[in-house]
Design a protein around this ligand. Structure first.
Ligand code: SF4
Length: 78
């Protein structure tokens, strides 16, 4: 389930990367990512708290994490 305004998309290999799971948990200021036993858990109830800082996108290798702005159809990505 997505948030009302925001969703995040991770590639399958990014989801199961323990190092990335911790990086994302550390990077996001509003706790949208949690490291659950080495996998990335997206905390759905926090999605709409996203401040579009881009830190998660920067923490991940290019193309692995996208932050979708559901309200205008664009995304933060690299
Ligand atoms: S853009 Fe910032 S606030 Fe939004 S999910 Fe990424 S790290 Fe969290």
């Amino acid at each position: 389930m997505a948030g009302t305004f925001i969703d995040v998309e991770l590639s399958p290999e990014a989801r199961d990367d323990p190092e990335l799971a911790q990086k994302l948990e550390d990077a996001c200021p509003v706790d949208i990512y949690a490291n659950r036993d080495g996998s990335v858990d997206v905390v759905e109830e926090n999605l709409d708290e996203c401040i579009l800082c881009g830190l998660c996108v920067e923490a991940a290798p290019p193309g692995k994490v996208r932050v979708l702005k559901l309200y205008d159809g664009t995304a933060l990505e690299r």
